[in-house]
Design a protein around this ligand. Structure first.
Ligand SMILES: Cc1ncc(COP(=O)(O)O)c(C=O)c1O
Length: 483
C-alpha cells in the first residue's frame, strides 16, 4: 500500500486501504496492551543510535506505509520509558485504558474543532458534562467552570492567570504568590511565563510531613504586607509528586478567605483520588479552593494529553481568558454574533483551536462506570501500602515517607554507614535496577538527600510484582557501599 498516492485526490486512501492500515495499526495497539507486562519496562538509546535508526532526508516520494509502521514498531515505541507498564513505578505513571485509546482515535479521526459552540455544540456539551462530573466529585459548586487543557503545566499556568486577573486586575510588580518547597516546577515556570519575577514567589517551608506550614505561611504574608507588597495567591499541593503529601487544605482555605487570597490547589497528580474513600479523606478541604488542577492523564487512566482546570467562579475564568469585542478576529464575526451566550472554550483558556479533549474521558467513564475507576485508583493506594508494609517488615529499609496517595519513599538502612554512604547506595541501586530491567524505580530528593520512590498506581500491578521489585532493590542495595 502506498498511502500517499491515489489516482484522484492528493493525500487520500481508498476505503480498502484505510481499513487495512487501520486494522494493522489497531493490531499493534492491541498487542501492546496484551504484551506490555512481558516487554521491557524502559529503554533509552543514545542520540548517536537514534540518529542512525531514524534520521532520513525528507523525500519527494512516498514510502509504503507498512514499511513505516515496521520502523515505528521496531525503532520507535520500544525505545521509551513505558509509563503504562505495570512495573513502571517512577515519576507519575500513566496507565491508560483501551476505551480511551479508541476515544483518541475517534477524536483525531473526526478532527472536531472544539474551540467554540458553533463548531462543536455536542462536543462542547460532552465536555461541559464531564466538567460537571469532575466539579461534583471535587465538591465544587455546579455553577463553577473549567476547561480541559494539555496537562498540569497548562492548567496551573491558566489558574494563576485567572487568579491574577481576579485579584489584581492584571500584572502587578508588587504582587506575591506563595507555594511550598514541594510545589511542582510547573508553577514557577507558569509564573515566569506570565510575567512574574522570581522575587514575587515565596517558597514557604514545609513541616515534618512535607506539608506546607501554616505558621510559616502566615509569617511570610505578614512580612510582605508590612513591606507594602500585595499577597494575592496561595498554591497548595493535593498530592505532591515527591511523596504524595497533601497540604492542609481546609486551614489554608480559611486563611486565604481571611486574607482575600486566591487558593489554587495543584491536584494534577492527586485530585483524582477524591473518587475513593482514602482519597476523599486525604483531600478534605479541596472543595473550598478557588481553583483545582486535576490531570486525567495521571490518575484517571487517560492517554496523554489531558489535563483539567476547575474554577469555582466561572466569571473569573472567563474574564481572564476573554477576548475583548474589539479584539475578535474579523473572520470570527459570525461566530461571535451568533454564539455570544453559549460556552465557547476559547474564552476559558489559552487556545482558540483545540481538540475535543474530553471525549476519551467521557467514553471511558460511561463505559466502565465510576465504581470501576474507583477500584482502579484503590489499587494504587493498596500497592503503595503493601510496599510500605513489606519494606518495614524486612527491617532492611528506613521508610522516609509512609504510603500516601499511592507513593512511598525509603532508603537503605545500615547503621554502620554514614549518610553519604547510604546516599551513594541509593543512587547506585537506581542504576543497578535500571540495568536489571525488571521494574523502573527512581529516586527523588527529600530534604537534600536521595530516597527511593515507588508510585505503583497502575491498576494492573500485583503485590507479587511489588515484592519482587523490593527483593531486587534489597539485593542491589546489599551489594555494599559503592564509594
Ligand atoms: C503535582 C504536579 N503538578 C503539575 C504537573 C505538571 O503536569 P504536566 O506534566 O501534565 O504538564 C505534574 C507532573 O507530573 C505534577 O505531578
Amino acid at each position: 500500500m502506498t498511502a500517499n498516492k491515489t489516482p484522484e485526490h492528493p493525500l487520500q486512501l481508498s476505503g480498502a486501504e484505510m481499513r487495512a492500515l487501520g486494522a494493522r495499526a489497531m493490531e499493534m495497539v492491541v498487542r501492546h496492551f496484551e504484551n506490555n507486562r512481558d516487554e521491557p519496562v524502559a529503554c533509552t538509546l543514545p542520540r548517536a543510535t537514534t540518529e542512525l535508526l531514524l534520521r532520513t532526508p525528507l523525500s519527494e516520494h512516498g514510502t509504503p506505509v507498512n514499511e513505516l509502521l515496521d520502523i515505528v514498531a521496531r525503532d520507535v515505541f520500544p525505545n521509551s520509558l513505558k509509563t503504562d507498564h505495570p512495573r513502571f513505578y517512577s515519576f507519575v505513571p500513566s496507565p491508560t485504558n483501551f476505551v480511551s485509546v479508541v476515544g483518541d482515535l475517534l477524536t483525531s479521526g473526526h478532527n472536531v474543532f472544539a474551540g467554540h459552540w458553533m463548531a462543536a455544540s455536542s462536543a462542547a456539551q460532552v465536555e461541559l458534562t464531564v466538567l460537571d462530573w469532575l466539579k461534583e466529585l471535587i465538591g465544587f459548586p455546579a455553577d463553577g467552570a473549567g476547561i480541559f487543557v494539555s496537562g498540569g503545566s497548562m492548567a496551573n499556568l491558566s489558574a494563576i492567570a485567572a487568579a491574577r486577573d481576579d485579584r489584581l486586575g492584571g500584572p502587578a510588580a508588587d504582587a506575591v504568590v506563595y507555594c511550598s518547597d514541594q510545589t511542582h516546577s510547573s508553577v514557577a515556570k507558569g509564573l515566569r511565563l506570565i510575567g512574574f519575577a522570581p522575587n514575587q514567589r515565596r517558597i514557604v517551608a514545609t513541616d515534618d510531613d512535607l506539608r506546607l506550614s501554616i505558621p510559616a505561611l502566615e509569617a511570610a504574608i505578614r512580612a510582605d504586607l508590612a513591606a507594602g507588597l500585595r499577597p494575592f495567591c496561595v498554591v497548595a499541593n493535593a498530592g505532591t509528586t515527591n511523596t504524595g503529601a497533601v497540604d492542609p487544605l481546609g486551614p489554608l482555605a480559611q486563611l486565604c478567605a481571611r486574607e482575600g487570597l486566591w487558593l489554587h490547589v495543584d491536584g494534577a497528580y492527586g485530585a483524582a483520588a477524591v473518587i475513593t474513600e482514602r482519597g476523599r479523606a486525604a483531600l478534605a478541604g479541596i472543595e473550598l479552593a478557588d481553583s483545582v488542577t486535576l490531570d486525567p492523564h495521571k490518575w484517571l487512566f487517560q492517554p496523554y494529553e489531558l489535563g483539567c482546570l476547575l474554577v469555582r467562579d466561572a466569571g473569573a475564568l472567563r474574564r481572564a481568558f476573554r477576548i475583548e469585542d474589539d479584539d475578535h478576529p474579523d473572520y470570527l464575526v459570525d461566530v461571535v454574533r451568533h454564539v455570544k451566550h453559549d460556552v465557547n472554550f476559547f474564552e476559558y483558556g489559552p487556545q482558540l483551536t483545540r481538540s475535543f479533549k474530553a471525549l476519551k474521558l467521557w467514553l471511558s467513564l460511561r463505559a466502565f462506570g465510576l465504581a470501576e475507576f474507583r477500584r482502579a485508583v484503590d489499587v494504587g493506594f493498596d500497592m503503595a501500602e503493601h510496599a510500605e508494609r513489606t519494606l518495614r517488615a524486612s527491617g532492611a529499609w528506613e521508610v522516609v515517607t509512609p504510603a500516601q496517595m499511592g507513593i512511598v519513599t525509603f532508603r537503605w538502612r545500615d547503621d554502620t554507614k554514614t549518610p553519604q554512604e547510604i546516599d551513594a547506595i541509593t543512587s547506585r541501586t537506581v542504576d543497578l535496577m535500571r540495568e536489571d530491567g525488571y521494574a523502573l524505580v527512581m529516586s527523588t530528593m527529600l530534604r537534600g538527600r536521595p530516597a527511593l520512590r515507588l508510585c505503583p498506581i497502575n491498576p494492573g500491578t500485583t503485590a507479587a510484582e511489588i515484592d519482587e521489585t523490593i527483593a531486587r532493590l534489597q539485593r542491589f542495595s546489599a551489594q555494599g557501599n559503592p564509594a
